[in-house]
Each structure stands twice: as structure tokens, then as C-alpha cells.
Design a protein around this ligand. Structure first.
Ligand code: NAD
Ligand code: DAO
Ligand code: ZN
Ligand code: ZN
Length: 369
């Protein structure tokens, strides 16, 4: 069948809006009509050419919500009409990783997903008769896409698509980093570096669990007002701090934070985030994805004296299990998605969403099909 899509033909170029061919779901696969998709920093990272796994031509997008239209043979957990959120971190519930209590990094489709193809090694997309690659197993910049059954979370039907799509990455990554990865306690002290589409969700996760002090750090002063609305108690602009930023933050937090979250992808900031943790127990969670070849460093004494570094993908969430709970949090009013969606547009304007992101003008842009 034909589907409208935004195609990434080459790194560094604008997306092309055109019709692509999508073939039906094979065994264990599901065809989804995408109703809305968010545009995340990671799409821009891949499009820029900095992503070592980025391969072209591809249909990008990994933050969507839609309706199941067709299921392949052997699919048992979904049927046409179900509402779903695509998962770039699958949950098969059978692999060694799914059966391990300490990780959400299901490996069932990891290898083929990384190569931009379905588990049988082929793509369901083509353009002018030539195959086009899938992206992060999702390709939500196409009105119709095909995913493995294990890469879809079934959600309640009353959740609006234009908000639920953000749960496919940004909301779950930020809120999940607090509740699933850090398992942060009420009354904790936290610092969040980077108050964009991810960091603001970390902030609202911290507020939800009852953190005592939430310090936000950003070089964009325009982010202060929104972050305060979402629960930030103190704002620090590094450009206004003279001298050592980590030392300043240790002072602001009365000895260092119980938890820090790096939501930028800057390895220098990652060091500050570790060194502004409390001696003895502070944990620094890395969420930001740094460019290819980047490395982090600190003096080993920082770790010897009880600070630790951890990373998180998709907020540590097990998608099929945890994503429906995050949708409930939104529908129950425990988290706010509406005020983070600053721009909405049709697919024909998707390149504007990237421009707004690069200019620091949007928190999240959403394309509705
Ligand atoms: P964003 O661009 O919306 O936000 C980044 C924020 O950091 C901006 O407000 C910017 O002003 C601020 N910033 C930039 N440099 C800074 C500095 N030196 N000091 C302080 N603030 C600075 O990006 P986002 O969508 O929130 O994504 C953040 C990162 O998270 C990206 O690297 C993205 O790829 C990554 N990410 C990771 C996961 C995961 O599962 N680990 C999921 C999604 C996104
Ligand atoms: O190797 O098993 C694995 C999973 C690697 C993918 C981890 C995703 C990291 C976050 C990327 C940004 C997502 C938008
Ligand atoms: Zn994302
Ligand atoms: Zn698995």
C-alpha cells in the first residue's frame, strides 16, 4: 500500500515528503496507522550524520501513537483497532535481558533493528522500487509502518494520540529515569542538567515522587519559567556562575545531590553532574547521548568516595508493561504533557520542527497525520 512519509535520503539533508510503498506485516509483525509523532533530539542526531548507527535512506521517527490496522501470522497480543505506542526498546518477556530484573534492554530484535530491517532481515518500505530502511524499529514519520509485535505497547483508547505519542520517548525517558532507573526517594535532592524535552520530564518525575529540592541547570534562560512550572525549585545558568560549577552546585544543594541527571549529551557536563553528587551516596544518571567517539572522565577518587555513574535508555522502562502505566499517569493528571507540546503541524511542515528544535524555540513539536 501507499503511505505518506518523510524520507531521510542522506545525512545532513532536509526530509523529503512523498508517498512510499509499505508491504503488509509478515509473521509476528503488525501494521500500524500512525496518528501522531513527536520529533525528538535523537531524530535530529541521526539526521545530522553524527549517529554511528545512522543508515540511509531511512524513515526516521520513534515517538508515535496510532492504531493497529493489520496483524501478521502468529500475533496474539494485538488485534486491528487496538491503540498502540511503538517501542524502540522492545519487550519480548523471554530473552535473558527481559528475564533479568536489572535491565529493560530486551535483545530479541536488537540486531536487525540496528541494521534498519525487520527480524527476517528485510525492510517493509520502498521508494521508487528501492528498499528504504526502518529506524529504531519504529519509523513513525510514515503514516503506515510495520513493527514486530514485541515492539508495541497496547494503550487505553481514550488517550489522545497527539499527547500519547510523546510517551513513546521523551516522557517515559525522563519520568522513567526517576522512577525506574534511579528509584529516587521522596525528600531527595536532585540536579537536572538540560531543561529540554527530556530534562523537563525528569523534573516532573521528581516533583511527582516528592523530591525536596530540584535544581535545574541550563544555558538557555528561557527554560527557567517552564521548568519552575513543572516543579524546579532553583535555577542555575552556568554562564552566570564564576569558577567551578560543580563546587557551586554542591554549595546550593548543601553538600551535593542525591541524584543528578544529565539530559544534554555533553561529556563535560557529565563530569560536572558526577562531581556535584553527594559524597558517599550520590548517583549520577546519564540520559544524554554524546557524539561518536566522545569519552567521559573524572578523577577515580570521585568514585572511591561513593559517587556513582549510571546510564539509562528509555528511562529503564519495560515498554509493554510500563508504558500503559505512564499513559494512566497522564490521564489521571499526575503528569503534564499538554504544556510541553509547544508546536503542532502537518507532515508537510516536519522540517520546520527540526528548525524550531535547533533554535531552542520548541520543547516538543508533534506532527499529526
Ligand atoms: P533538547 O535539545 O530539547 O534539550 C537540551 C537542553 O540542554 C536545552 O535546553 C539546552 O539549552 C541545554 N544545554 C545545552 N548545552 C548545555 C550546557 N552546556 N549546559 C547546560 N545546558 C545546556 O534535547 P532533549 O530532547 O531534551 O534530549 C536531551 C538528550 O537526551 C539528547 O542527547 C538526546 O539524544 C538524549 N535522549 C536520550 C534518551 C535515552 O533513552 N537515554 C532518550 C531520548 C533522548
Ligand atoms: O544495545 O540493547 C541495546 C540498546 C541500545 C539502544 C539504547 C537507546 C539509547 C537511547 C537513544 C535515544 C533514544 C531516543
Ligand atoms: Zn527520542
Ligand atoms: Zn526480551
Amino acid at each position: 500500500m501507499k503511505s505518506r512519509a518523510a524520507l531521510a535520503i542522506k545525512a545532513g539533508e532536509k526530509l523529503i515528503i512523498d508517498e512510499v510503498d509499505v508491504s503488509g506485516p509478515k509473521d509476528g509483525e503488525v501494521m500500524v496507522e500512525i496518528k501522531a509523532t513527536g520529533i525528538c533530539h535523537t531524530d535530529a542526531f541521526t539526521l545530522s550524520g553524527d549517529d554511528p548507527e545512522g543508515a540511509f535512506p531511512a524513515i526516521l521517527g520513534h515517538e508515535g501513537a496510532g492504531i493497529v490496522r493489520e496483524v501478521g501470522k502468529g500475533v496474539t497480543s494485538l488485534k486491528p483497532g487496538d491503540h498502540v505506542i511503538p517501542l524502540y526498546t522492545a519487550e519480548c518477556r523471554e530473552c535473558d535481558y527481559c528475564l533479568h530484573p536489572k535491565t529493560n534492554l530486551c535483545q530479541s530484535v536488537r540486531e536487525t533493528q540496528g541494521r534498519g530491517v525487520m527480524p527476517n532481515g528485510t525492510s517493509r518500505f520502498s521508494y521508487n522500487g528501492k528498499p528504504v530502511l526502518h529506524y529504531m524499529g519504529c519509523s513513525t514519520f510514515s503514516n503506515y509502518t510495520v513493527l514486530p509485535e514485541v515492539s508495541l505497547a497496547k494503550i487505553r483508547k481514550d488517550a489522545p494520540f497527539d499527547k500519547a505519542c510523546y510517551i513513546g520517548c521523551g516522557v517515559t525517558t525522563g519520568v522513567g529515569a526517576v522512577i525506574y532507573t534511579a528509584k529516587a526517594e521522596p525528600d531527595c535532592v536532585a540536579i537536572v542538567f538540560g531543561l529540554g524535552g527530556i530534562g523537563l520530564n525528569v523534573i516532573q518525575g521528581l516533583k511527582m515522587i516528592g523530591a525536596k529540592q530540584i535544581v535545574g541547570v541550563d544555558i538557555n534562560p528561557a527554560r527557567e519559567a517552564t521548568a519552575r512550572q513543572f516543579g524546579m525549585t532553583h535555577f542555575v545558568n552556568p554562564n552566570n556562575v564564576k569558577g567551578d560549577l560543580a563546587g557551586y552546585l554542591v554549595e546550593v544543594t548543601g553538600g551535593g545531590a542525591d541524584y543528578t541527571f544529565e539530559c544534554i549529551g555533553n561529556t563535560d557536563v557529565m563530569r560536572v553532574a558526577l562531581e556535584s553528587c553527594h559524597k558517599g551516596w550520590g548517583e549520577s544518571i546519564i540520559i544524554g547521548v554524546a557524539g561518536a567517539g566522545k569519552e567521559i572522565s573524572t578523577r577515580p577518587f570521585q568514585l572511591v568516595t561513593g559517587r556513582s555513574w549510571r546510564g539509562t535508555a528509555f528511562g529503564g522502562a519495560r515498554g509493554r508493561t510500563d508504558v500503559p502505566s505512564i499513559v494512566d499517569m497522564y490521564m489521571d493528571g499526575r503528569i503534564n504533557i499538554d504544556d510541553l507540546i509547544t508546536h503542532k503541524m502537518g507532515l508537510e511542515d516536519i522540517n520546520k520542527a527540526f528548525d524550531l528544535m535547533h533554535a531552542g524555540e520548541s520543547i516538543r513539536s508533534v506532527v499529526e497525520f
